[in-house]
Design a protein around this ligand. Structure first.
Ligand code: NIG
Ligand code: FE
Length: 414
Protein backbone atom coordinates (compact mmCIF):
# COMPACT_ATOMS: atom_id res chain seq x y z
CA UNK A 1 0.00 0.00 0.00
CA UNK A 2 0.93 3.66 -0.34
CA UNK A 3 1.24 5.65 2.87
CA UNK A 4 1.63 9.35 3.70
CA UNK A 5 4.23 8.97 6.43
CA UNK A 6 6.53 6.08 7.26
CA UNK A 7 8.76 6.08 10.35
CA UNK A 8 11.30 3.25 10.45
CA UNK A 9 14.02 1.72 12.59
CA UNK A 10 13.07 3.28 15.94
CA UNK A 11 15.47 2.02 18.60
CA UNK A 12 12.40 1.67 20.83
CA UNK A 13 8.83 1.81 19.57
CA UNK A 14 6.35 2.08 22.45
CA UNK A 15 3.01 0.82 21.13
CA UNK A 16 1.12 0.65 24.46
CA UNK A 17 -1.82 -0.99 22.73
CA UNK A 18 -4.49 -2.30 25.13
CA UNK A 19 -8.28 -2.64 25.02
CA UNK A 20 -8.78 -0.50 28.14
CA UNK A 21 -6.88 1.36 30.84
CA UNK A 22 -4.00 -0.58 32.32
CA UNK A 23 -3.95 -1.51 36.01
CA UNK A 24 -1.72 -3.41 38.45
CA UNK A 25 1.29 -5.15 36.94
CA UNK A 26 0.09 -4.45 33.39
CA UNK A 27 0.53 -0.73 34.04
CA UNK A 28 4.23 -1.17 33.26
CA UNK A 29 3.63 -2.86 29.89
CA UNK A 30 4.80 -0.52 27.14
CA UNK A 31 4.37 -2.96 24.27
CA UNK A 32 7.99 -2.14 23.42
CA UNK A 33 9.28 -3.14 19.99
CA UNK A 34 12.98 -2.81 19.15
CA UNK A 35 13.73 -1.65 15.62
CA UNK A 36 10.10 -0.63 15.21
CA UNK A 37 8.19 1.19 12.50
CA UNK A 38 4.85 2.88 12.03
CA UNK A 39 3.01 3.86 8.85
CA UNK A 40 0.26 6.48 8.63
CA UNK A 41 -2.34 7.30 5.99
CA UNK A 42 -5.18 9.85 6.11
CA UNK A 43 -4.24 10.77 9.67
CA UNK A 44 -4.47 7.22 11.00
CA UNK A 45 -2.07 4.40 11.75
CA UNK A 46 -2.23 1.72 9.06
CA UNK A 47 0.72 -0.47 10.10
CA UNK A 48 2.84 -0.72 13.25
CA UNK A 49 5.38 -3.23 14.56
CA UNK A 50 8.88 -4.49 13.75
CA UNK A 51 10.35 -2.52 10.83
CA UNK A 52 10.69 -5.66 8.69
CA UNK A 53 6.98 -6.47 9.05
CA UNK A 54 5.82 -2.92 8.41
CA UNK A 55 8.03 -2.58 5.33
CA UNK A 56 6.51 -5.79 3.94
CA UNK A 57 3.12 -4.01 3.90
CA UNK A 58 4.25 -0.66 2.50
CA UNK A 59 5.04 -0.15 -1.20
CA UNK A 60 5.65 3.57 -1.16
CA UNK A 61 5.58 6.53 1.22
CA UNK A 62 5.19 10.24 0.53
CA UNK A 63 7.53 10.98 3.44
CA UNK A 64 9.91 8.70 5.32
CA UNK A 65 11.63 9.39 8.64
CA UNK A 66 14.54 7.27 9.78
CA UNK A 67 14.21 6.99 13.57
CA UNK A 68 17.48 5.13 14.16
CA UNK A 69 18.74 5.95 17.65
CA UNK A 70 15.37 7.43 18.63
CA UNK A 71 12.28 6.48 20.62
CA UNK A 72 8.89 6.60 18.88
CA UNK A 73 5.77 6.67 21.07
CA UNK A 74 2.20 8.03 21.22
CA UNK A 75 1.70 11.74 21.88
CA UNK A 76 1.05 12.70 25.49
CA UNK A 77 -2.53 13.07 26.59
CA UNK A 78 -3.00 15.74 29.26
CA UNK A 79 -6.19 14.67 31.03
CA UNK A 80 -6.65 17.58 33.45
CA UNK A 81 -5.94 21.22 32.63
CA UNK A 82 -7.23 24.70 33.34
CA UNK A 83 -5.43 25.96 30.22
CA UNK A 84 -7.96 28.72 29.47
CA UNK A 85 -7.27 31.71 31.71
CA UNK A 86 -6.11 35.28 31.60
CA UNK A 87 -3.26 36.86 33.54
CA UNK A 88 -0.91 35.18 35.97
CA UNK A 89 -0.38 34.83 39.73
CA UNK A 90 3.35 35.42 40.02
CA UNK A 91 2.78 37.90 42.86
CA UNK A 92 0.84 35.29 44.84
CA UNK A 93 3.59 32.79 44.20
CA UNK A 94 6.02 35.23 45.78
CA UNK A 95 3.68 35.56 48.82
CA UNK A 96 3.61 31.79 49.14
CA UNK A 97 7.39 31.60 48.99
CA UNK A 98 7.34 34.03 51.91
CA UNK A 99 5.03 31.77 53.95
CA UNK A 100 1.38 32.46 53.02
CA UNK A 101 -0.58 29.32 52.15
CA UNK A 102 -2.71 28.70 49.04
CA UNK A 103 -5.90 28.44 51.12
CA UNK A 104 -5.11 31.63 53.07
CA UNK A 105 -4.63 33.59 49.85
CA UNK A 106 -7.86 32.13 48.50
CA UNK A 107 -9.81 33.00 51.67
CA UNK A 108 -8.56 36.60 51.36
CA UNK A 109 -10.14 36.92 47.90
CA UNK A 110 -7.06 36.02 45.86
CA UNK A 111 -6.29 32.65 44.34
CA UNK A 112 -8.91 31.36 41.91
CA UNK A 113 -10.89 34.60 42.36
CA UNK A 114 -8.04 36.77 41.12
CA UNK A 115 -7.91 34.69 37.93
CA UNK A 116 -11.71 34.94 37.68
CA UNK A 117 -11.42 38.74 37.72
CA UNK A 118 -8.74 38.68 34.99
CA UNK A 119 -10.66 36.18 32.87
CA UNK A 120 -13.92 38.13 33.11
CA UNK A 121 -12.08 41.28 32.07
CA UNK A 122 -10.31 39.69 29.09
CA UNK A 123 -11.82 39.94 25.62
CA UNK A 124 -12.50 36.77 23.67
CA UNK A 125 -9.45 37.49 21.48
CA UNK A 126 -7.16 38.11 24.45
CA UNK A 127 -8.26 34.88 26.10
CA UNK A 128 -7.85 33.03 22.82
CA UNK A 129 -4.33 34.41 22.22
CA UNK A 130 -3.07 33.61 25.73
CA UNK A 131 -4.50 30.11 25.57
CA UNK A 132 -3.14 29.46 22.08
CA UNK A 133 0.37 30.37 23.24
CA UNK A 134 0.10 27.74 25.99
CA UNK A 135 -1.14 25.11 23.54
CA UNK A 136 1.82 25.89 21.26
CA UNK A 137 4.22 25.22 24.12
CA UNK A 138 2.36 22.04 25.08
CA UNK A 139 2.63 20.75 21.53
CA UNK A 140 6.39 21.35 21.49
CA UNK A 141 6.59 19.32 24.70
CA UNK A 142 4.76 16.43 23.05
CA UNK A 143 1.15 16.86 24.18
CA UNK A 144 -1.28 16.04 21.36
CA UNK A 145 -4.64 15.87 23.20
CA UNK A 146 -5.70 18.03 26.12
CA UNK A 147 -8.69 18.21 28.42
CA UNK A 148 -9.65 21.85 29.04
CA UNK A 149 -11.86 23.09 31.85
CA UNK A 150 -13.94 26.21 32.29
CA UNK A 151 -14.18 27.54 35.84
CA UNK A 152 -12.57 30.99 35.74
CA UNK A 153 -15.82 32.67 34.70
CA UNK A 154 -18.28 31.46 37.34
CA UNK A 155 -20.93 33.59 35.67
CA UNK A 156 -23.16 32.79 32.71
CA UNK A 157 -21.32 34.97 30.22
CA UNK A 158 -17.68 34.18 31.02
CA UNK A 159 -18.18 30.42 31.31
CA UNK A 160 -19.66 30.54 27.79
CA UNK A 161 -16.72 32.65 26.62
CA UNK A 162 -14.37 29.95 27.92
CA UNK A 163 -16.37 27.23 26.15
CA UNK A 164 -16.14 29.27 22.97
CA UNK A 165 -12.34 29.54 23.29
CA UNK A 166 -12.05 25.77 23.82
CA UNK A 167 -14.24 24.97 20.80
CA UNK A 168 -12.49 27.49 18.54
CA UNK A 169 -9.00 26.29 19.46
CA UNK A 170 -10.05 22.67 19.00
CA UNK A 171 -10.97 23.60 15.42
CA UNK A 172 -7.97 25.80 14.63
CA UNK A 173 -5.04 24.43 16.67
CA UNK A 174 -3.31 21.12 15.87
CA UNK A 175 -3.98 19.96 19.44
CA UNK A 176 -7.33 18.28 20.15
CA UNK A 177 -9.24 19.76 23.10
CA UNK A 178 -11.87 17.97 25.17
CA UNK A 179 -14.22 20.42 26.95
CA UNK A 180 -15.11 20.10 30.63
CA UNK A 181 -17.55 22.44 32.39
CA UNK A 182 -16.25 23.39 35.85
CA UNK A 183 -18.88 25.97 36.75
CA UNK A 184 -18.44 24.99 40.43
CA UNK A 185 -14.71 25.79 40.77
CA UNK A 186 -15.15 28.41 43.51
CA UNK A 187 -17.91 30.53 45.02
CA UNK A 188 -17.71 33.92 43.24
CA UNK A 189 -17.67 37.16 45.24
CA UNK A 190 -21.26 38.04 44.26
CA UNK A 191 -22.43 34.83 46.02
CA UNK A 192 -20.16 35.24 49.03
CA UNK A 193 -21.71 33.47 52.05
CA UNK A 194 -24.39 31.97 49.78
CA UNK A 195 -22.67 28.88 48.42
CA UNK A 196 -25.89 26.83 48.27
CA UNK A 197 -27.53 29.49 46.14
CA UNK A 198 -24.53 29.46 43.83
CA UNK A 199 -24.83 25.67 43.54
CA UNK A 200 -28.49 26.14 42.56
CA UNK A 201 -27.34 28.60 39.90
CA UNK A 202 -24.81 26.08 38.51
CA UNK A 203 -27.44 23.32 38.50
CA UNK A 204 -29.75 25.63 36.52
CA UNK A 205 -26.92 26.61 34.18
CA UNK A 206 -26.24 22.97 33.37
CA UNK A 207 -29.78 22.53 32.05
CA UNK A 208 -29.50 25.79 30.14
CA UNK A 209 -26.11 24.87 28.59
CA UNK A 210 -27.57 21.53 27.55
CA UNK A 211 -30.58 23.22 25.95
CA UNK A 212 -28.22 25.54 24.03
CA UNK A 213 -26.29 22.53 22.73
CA UNK A 214 -23.00 23.88 24.13
CA UNK A 215 -20.04 21.61 23.44
CA UNK A 216 -19.40 19.98 26.83
CA UNK A 217 -18.24 16.40 27.40
CA UNK A 218 -17.47 16.32 31.11
CA UNK A 219 -18.73 18.13 34.18
CA UNK A 220 -16.31 18.60 37.06
CA UNK A 221 -16.55 20.16 40.53
CA UNK A 222 -13.91 21.26 43.06
CA UNK A 223 -14.85 19.24 46.17
CA UNK A 224 -12.45 20.40 48.88
CA UNK A 225 -11.85 22.66 51.86
CA UNK A 226 -12.48 26.26 50.83
CA UNK A 227 -14.49 25.13 47.79
CA UNK A 228 -17.58 22.84 47.71
CA UNK A 229 -18.81 20.23 50.20
CA UNK A 230 -19.67 16.65 49.23
CA UNK A 231 -23.41 17.53 49.34
CA UNK A 232 -22.93 20.56 47.08
CA UNK A 233 -20.71 18.57 44.73
CA UNK A 234 -23.29 15.82 44.61
CA UNK A 235 -26.03 18.29 43.64
CA UNK A 236 -23.98 19.49 40.66
CA UNK A 237 -22.82 16.06 39.53
CA UNK A 238 -26.24 14.41 39.91
CA UNK A 239 -27.76 17.04 37.62
CA UNK A 240 -24.87 16.57 35.16
CA UNK A 241 -25.42 12.82 35.13
CA UNK A 242 -29.15 13.26 34.54
CA UNK A 243 -28.35 15.46 31.55
CA UNK A 244 -26.05 12.81 30.08
CA UNK A 245 -22.64 14.31 30.84
CA UNK A 246 -19.64 12.26 31.94
CA UNK A 247 -18.27 13.16 35.36
CA UNK A 248 -14.98 14.19 36.91
CA UNK A 249 -14.26 15.50 40.38
CA UNK A 250 -11.42 17.40 42.06
CA UNK A 251 -11.12 15.40 45.29
CA UNK A 252 -8.73 15.28 48.23
CA UNK A 253 -6.28 17.93 47.01
CA UNK A 254 -6.11 19.62 50.42
CA UNK A 255 -8.66 17.90 52.70
CA UNK A 256 -10.27 14.49 52.70
CA UNK A 257 -14.02 15.20 52.48
CA UNK A 258 -15.25 12.04 50.74
CA UNK A 259 -15.18 13.25 47.13
CA UNK A 260 -13.55 10.00 45.97
CA UNK A 261 -16.42 7.94 47.41
CA UNK A 262 -18.88 10.28 45.73
CA UNK A 263 -17.10 9.63 42.42
CA UNK A 264 -17.57 5.90 43.01
CA UNK A 265 -21.26 6.26 43.90
CA UNK A 266 -22.02 8.33 40.79
CA UNK A 267 -19.83 6.33 38.40
CA UNK A 268 -17.50 9.21 37.53
CA UNK A 269 -14.90 8.58 34.84
CA UNK A 270 -12.18 9.95 37.10
CA UNK A 271 -11.38 11.41 40.50
CA UNK A 272 -8.48 13.83 40.29
CA UNK A 273 -5.70 14.93 42.71
CA UNK A 274 -6.23 12.30 45.48
CA UNK A 275 -3.27 13.71 47.40
CA UNK A 276 -4.75 12.84 50.81
CA UNK A 277 -6.99 9.87 49.94
CA UNK A 278 -6.95 7.06 52.53
CA UNK A 279 -6.36 3.44 51.38
CA UNK A 280 -9.96 2.27 51.87
CA UNK A 281 -11.18 4.93 49.47
CA UNK A 282 -8.55 3.92 46.93
CA UNK A 283 -10.07 0.44 47.03
CA UNK A 284 -13.53 1.92 46.45
CA UNK A 285 -12.24 3.74 43.37
CA UNK A 286 -10.75 0.51 42.03
CA UNK A 287 -13.97 -1.42 42.65
CA UNK A 288 -16.11 1.26 41.00
CA UNK A 289 -13.77 1.50 37.98
CA UNK A 290 -13.13 5.20 38.63
CA UNK A 291 -9.75 6.27 37.29
CA UNK A 292 -7.36 8.25 39.49
CA UNK A 293 -5.87 11.26 37.69
CA UNK A 294 -2.73 12.21 39.59
CA UNK A 295 -1.26 15.70 39.39
CA UNK A 296 2.23 15.73 40.89
CA UNK A 297 2.99 19.13 39.35
CA UNK A 298 0.44 20.63 41.73
CA UNK A 299 2.17 19.25 44.82
CA UNK A 300 5.47 20.48 43.40
CA UNK A 301 3.98 23.84 42.43
CA UNK A 302 2.57 24.34 45.92
CA UNK A 303 5.98 23.52 47.36
CA UNK A 304 4.54 20.52 49.21
CA UNK A 305 6.74 17.58 50.10
CA UNK A 306 3.69 15.31 50.32
CA UNK A 307 2.50 13.69 47.08
CA UNK A 308 -0.45 11.40 46.26
CA UNK A 309 0.43 7.78 47.01
CA UNK A 310 0.43 6.57 43.43
CA UNK A 311 2.23 3.36 44.34
CA UNK A 312 -0.50 2.38 46.83
CA UNK A 313 -3.20 3.18 44.28
CA UNK A 314 -1.59 0.94 41.69
CA UNK A 315 -1.32 -1.81 44.28
CA UNK A 316 -5.01 -1.36 45.18
CA UNK A 317 -5.92 -1.77 41.50
CA UNK A 318 -6.78 1.84 40.65
CA UNK A 319 -6.21 2.75 36.99
CA UNK A 320 -4.01 5.82 37.34
CA UNK A 321 -3.40 8.56 34.80
CA UNK A 322 -1.09 11.57 34.89
CA UNK A 323 -1.86 15.16 33.97
CA UNK A 324 -0.37 18.62 34.46
CA UNK A 325 -3.34 20.41 36.09
CA UNK A 326 -1.93 23.39 34.16
CA UNK A 327 -3.35 26.46 35.92
CA UNK A 328 -2.07 29.86 37.07
CA UNK A 329 -2.27 29.07 40.78
CA UNK A 330 -0.86 25.70 41.68
CA UNK A 331 0.84 24.48 38.51
CA UNK A 332 1.81 26.88 35.74
CA UNK A 333 3.61 24.09 33.88
CA UNK A 334 2.83 22.75 30.40
CA UNK A 335 5.21 19.79 30.45
CA UNK A 336 4.01 16.19 30.56
CA UNK A 337 7.63 14.93 30.57
CA UNK A 338 8.17 16.90 33.78
CA UNK A 339 5.04 15.20 35.24
CA UNK A 340 6.60 11.83 34.38
CA UNK A 341 9.82 12.86 36.13
CA UNK A 342 7.83 13.96 39.20
CA UNK A 343 5.66 10.83 39.16
CA UNK A 344 8.72 8.62 39.52
CA UNK A 345 9.97 10.62 42.47
CA UNK A 346 6.80 11.81 44.27
CA UNK A 347 4.20 9.17 43.33
CA UNK A 348 6.68 6.27 43.34
CA UNK A 349 5.74 5.04 39.85
CA UNK A 350 8.31 3.38 37.62
CA UNK A 351 9.29 5.16 34.38
CA UNK A 352 7.25 2.65 32.34
CA UNK A 353 4.19 3.05 34.59
CA UNK A 354 4.44 6.83 34.36
CA UNK A 355 4.63 6.70 30.54
CA UNK A 356 1.50 4.50 30.34
CA UNK A 357 -0.27 6.81 32.81
CA UNK A 358 0.59 9.83 30.62
CA UNK A 359 -0.64 8.31 27.35
CA UNK A 360 -2.93 5.27 27.22
CA UNK A 361 -4.54 5.67 30.64
CA UNK A 362 -4.82 9.43 30.26
CA UNK A 363 -6.71 8.89 27.01
CA UNK A 364 -9.19 6.60 28.78
CA UNK A 365 -9.53 9.18 31.59
CA UNK A 366 -10.87 11.67 29.06
CA UNK A 367 -13.04 9.36 27.00
CA UNK A 368 -10.58 9.11 24.10
CA UNK A 369 -9.09 5.67 24.72
CA UNK A 370 -10.58 4.28 21.53
CA UNK A 371 -8.84 6.94 19.41
CA UNK A 372 -5.56 8.06 20.99
CA UNK A 373 -3.01 7.12 23.64
CA UNK A 374 -1.47 4.11 21.89
CA UNK A 375 -0.06 3.09 18.53
CA UNK A 376 -2.41 0.56 16.97
CA UNK A 377 -3.90 0.16 13.51
CA UNK A 378 -6.92 2.42 13.14
CA UNK A 379 -5.91 4.86 15.85
CA UNK A 380 -5.20 8.51 15.22
CA UNK A 381 -1.58 9.00 14.08
CA UNK A 382 -0.52 11.21 17.02
CA UNK A 383 3.07 10.35 17.81
CA UNK A 384 6.41 11.58 19.04
CA UNK A 385 10.01 11.04 18.07
CA UNK A 386 12.30 11.47 21.08
CA UNK A 387 15.91 12.51 20.85
CA UNK A 388 17.13 9.54 22.90
CA UNK A 389 17.53 5.78 22.56
CA UNK A 390 15.94 5.04 25.95
CA UNK A 391 12.37 6.04 26.96
CA UNK A 392 13.51 6.18 30.59
CA UNK A 393 15.15 9.50 29.75
CA UNK A 394 11.62 10.97 29.97
CA UNK A 395 11.75 10.28 33.71
CA UNK A 396 15.46 10.32 34.45
CA UNK A 397 16.27 13.65 32.86
CA UNK A 398 14.14 16.68 33.69
CA UNK A 399 13.91 20.37 32.97
CA UNK A 400 14.71 20.01 29.29
CA UNK A 401 12.82 18.65 26.30
CA UNK A 402 13.69 15.34 24.64
CA UNK A 403 10.76 15.64 22.22
CA UNK A 404 12.30 16.10 18.78
CA UNK A 405 9.30 15.73 16.47
CA UNK A 406 5.57 15.73 16.98
CA UNK A 407 3.21 14.11 14.46
CA UNK A 408 -0.45 15.09 14.77
CA UNK A 409 -2.97 13.12 12.73
CA UNK A 410 -0.22 11.98 10.40
CA UNK A 411 1.32 15.41 9.83
CA UNK A 412 4.66 16.50 11.27
CA UNK A 413 3.76 19.65 13.24
CA UNK A 414 6.97 20.14 15.26
O1 NIG B 1 -6.55 21.85 40.45
N1 NIG B 1 -8.07 22.74 42.61
C1 NIG B 1 -8.69 23.50 41.89
N2 NIG B 1 -8.20 24.03 40.83
C2 NIG B 1 -6.83 24.13 40.57
C3 NIG B 1 -6.26 25.37 41.08
C4 NIG B 1 -6.81 26.47 40.31
C5 NIG B 1 -6.22 27.79 40.66
O2 NIG B 1 -5.58 27.96 41.69
O3 NIG B 1 -6.43 28.70 39.84
C6 NIG B 1 -6.13 22.88 40.99
O4 NIG B 1 -5.16 22.89 41.75
FE1 FE C 1 -7.48 21.17 38.66
Amino acid sequence: MHVDLLITHAAQLLTLAAPGPRTGRALADLGLVEDGAVACRDGRIVAVGPTREVLAQVDSAAETLDARGRVVMPGFVDAHTHVVYAGDRAAEFEQRVQGATYLEIMAAGGGIMSTVRATRAASLDQLMDQTRARLDRMLRLGTTTVEAKTGYGLDAETERKMLQVIAALDRTHPLDLVPTYLGAHAVPAEYSGRADEFVDFVVGELAQLKAEGQPIEFVDVFCDAGAFTVEQSEAVLTQALALGYKLKIHADEFAHLGGASLAGRLGAVSADHLAVTPPEEMRRLAEAGVMGVLLPGTSFGLGHTHYADGRAMVEQGVAVALATDLNPGTCPCESMPFMIALACRGLRLSPAEAVVAATLNAAWAMGRGDRVGSLAVGKQADLLVLDTTDYRDLAYRFGGNVVQRVVKQGTVVV
